[in-house]
Ligand binder design. Structure first.
Ligand code: HMG
Ligand code: MG
Length: 306
């Protein structure tokens, strides 16, 4: 194991529960509930919250209320509220909603690109170019996501060079941050080392994030592997909510409560109040009528009940 001193002393946690977490829920989650969730997360101290997406409501019905969510959340100055925008139509909606950051989402797998956004990787980069230019023109932050960087539900293995290639093409669009995403939660720490070591040769390490789903229970170990490489931005979802509608069988993102507990134990600063996140996790889980998929969150909540 790498010595403790090489790990980052502070990390940025991007809360993606209101978008990546809820997008796959079958029953409609009312805007009021989403708004209360975002407000609770804001109060917990997240510097960045992915609050919705401006995609086709036919493709992802759950996100159809994103404009209302953005309009009615209680924004804290300095917090970045992000929205996914696959094309200019999405960008215009995000701009009208006053999103602080737009997220273009590509893929390292051709097959996933077709299923998720209905075009090839090359076509997607062309669509993103317009969004990127518009984002810069309007002074918005621009983030890009590289899905299926560790495996694809349709094509299986994804070569490290495909991840590097897409990262390079996204870098050319002047992204502020690039997410290396394990959409289906199949990565293991050795693979994470290999992919991240390669990606940091293409894009500044301080602007790369790890986005892990926990399907195979490896997400925390994968985050630790990223810390060893020096990655210091991670995405997570309160109560472990989530799954991608176009990645069958993929479970939620790594639970935020578990990530915060890990960071606390390592003495790594996040600036986030774990207890408030646990409360937010219990709130949304009560609404959804199921137990939170966060081990640390449930353990802490059980202690409160005595
Ligand atoms: P398409 O059917 O090829 O698009 O879909 P189109 O341009 O032909 O338009 C078809 C219809 O959609 C038209 O409406 C458009 O107006 C409408 P109609 O005339 O039929 O009534 N439309 C839109 N409506 C609202 N907002 C828009 C928009 N664009 C077109 N922005 C498209 C292409 C990209 C739109 C579609 O494939 C889509 O919406 N895909 C989104 C899929 C998605 O959201 N997936 C989940 C997020 S990705 C993810 O979770 C992974 C991530 O977490 C990282 C990881 O874990 O890997 C980020
Ligand atoms: Mg995801």
């Amino acid at each position: 194991m790498a010595p403790r001193s090489v790990l980052p002393i502070r990390v940025k946690i991007v809360e993606v529960g209101p978008r990546d977490g809820l997008q796959n829920e079958k029953e409609t989650v009312p805007a009021d509930i989403k708004i209360e969730l975002v407000d609770r997360l804001t109060k917990a101290g997240f510097p960045n919250i992915e609050a919705g997406s401006f995609v086709s409501p036919k493709w992802v019905p759950q996100m159809a209320t994103s404009s209302e969510v953005f309009a009615r959340i209680d924004r804290k100055p300095g917090v970045i509220y992000s929205a996914l925008t696959p094309n200019m139509k999405g960008f215009e909606a995000a701009l009208a909603a006053k999103a602080d950051e737009v997220v273009i989402f590509g893929s390292a797998s051709e097959a996933f690109s077709q299923r998720n956004i209905n075009c090839s990787i090359a076509e997607s980069i062309e669509r993103f170019r317009d969004v990127a230019t518009a984002a810069k023109d309007h002074g918005l932050r621009l983030r890009a996501s590289v899905s299926c960087a560790f495996g694809c539900p349709y094509q299986g293995e994804v070569p490290v060079e495909s991840v590097a290639d897409v990262t390079q093409r996204l870098r050319e669009l002047a992204c502020d941050e690039i997410d290396i995403a394990d959409t289906i939660g199949v990565a293991t720490p050795g693979q994470v080392h290999r992919v991240m070591e390669r990606v940091i040769t293409e894009f500044p390490i301080g602007q790369i994030s790890g986005h892990f789903h926990d399907t195979y229970g490896q997400a925390l170990a994968n985050i630790y592997a990223c810390l060893e490489v020096g990655i210091s931005i991670f995405h997570s979802s309160v109560a472990g909510l989530g799954g991608c509608p176009y990645a069958k069988g993929a479970t939620g993102n790594v639970a935020t409560e578990d990530v915060l507990y890990l960071m606390q134990g390592l003495g790594i600063e996040t600036g986030i109040d774990l207890d408030k996140v646990v409360e937010a996790g219990q709130f949304i889980s009560r609404f959804l009528g199921r137990k939170a998929a966060s081990r640390a969150g449930n353990a802490i909540a059980a202690k409160w009940q005595g």
